[in-house]
Design a protein around this ligand. Structure first.
Ligand code: AMP
Length: 220
């Protein structure tokens, strides 16, 4: 099972990603967690990305793509499944993640979209701020992260819908309820993923992806 998650901040991708990973016994590759770990350890990379995280901006694409490639190579060696959490975040990353997946024979089977409205997301993130003290869970930075999600991440969803791998889940409910639905949906898909009929796997149209987002795209 190879899954990527597209979700606004606060929709629960960390929680649900961990649940999916445990259920299918696959690695949970969370770019935000990997970056925060570098910041906590004050590695050279951590020092380079800290200001982006603090401001709620995207770190440069190449940094997260290099991390993702390394993690997908490890996932391949570990059995071939993965759940990607936090990438892709923009059109360039969607395209590059597909290229990495193709090269390694590890493209995603499912794009899992968690849907929730901004008021609920803001409420959850402010509640989390009181518990976890993440540098990017302040009201101002939350607003910036949500705006960025709508501007550069959400448009990617249509591309996965066109490809026929999109699964959308209502994430306005409690985490256990959302988790139960995700696992039920993924379990229902499992037999067809194990033996995918070729005609059901639509080829990816890289050109239309480029056109949909403009020639150069944005790495913000
Ligand atoms: P997350 O834990 O997924 O909410 O990510 C936290 C922060 O890490 C984001 O606000 C970005 O600054 C950075 N980040 C995580 N994933 C990516 C990505 N794919 N591209 C760029 N920045 C990212």
């Amino acid at each position: 099972m190879r899954i990527l998650m597209i979700a606004p901040p606060g929709a629960g991708k960390g929680t649900q990603g961990a649940l999916i990973a445990a259920h299918f016994n696959i690695p949970h590759i969370a770019t935000g967690e990997l970056l925060r770990d570098h910041v906590a350890r004050q590695t050279a990379l951590g020092q380079a990305v800290q200001a982006y995280l603090d401001r709620g901006e995207l770190v440069p694409d190449q940094i997260v793509l290099d991390m993702t490639r390394e993690a997908i190579i490890a996932a391949k060696a570990a059995g071939g499944g993965y759940v990607l959490d936090g990438i892709p975040r923009n059109m360039e990353q969607a395209r590059a993640a597909y290229e990495i997946g193709s090269e390694l024979g590890m493209t995603a089977d499912v794009a899992l979209h968690l849907q929730a409205d901004d008021a609920e997301l803001t409420r959850r993130l402010l509640a989390r701020a009181a518990l976890e003290h993440r540098s990017d869970d302040t009201a101002e930075v939350i607003a910036q992260r949500l705006a960025l999600y709508h501007e550069v991440t959400a448009p990617i969803i249509a591309w996965y819908r066109d490809r026929g791998i999109l699964v959308s889940v209502d994430a306005m409910r409690s985490a256990p309820e959302v988790g139960r639905e995700i696992l039920a949906d993924l379990e229902a898909m499992r037999p067809s993923l194990d033996h995918p009929p070729a005609q059901e796997r639509l080829p990816l149209d890289m050109i239309s992806l480029g056109e949909a987002f403009g020639a150069t795209g944005s790495s913000r």
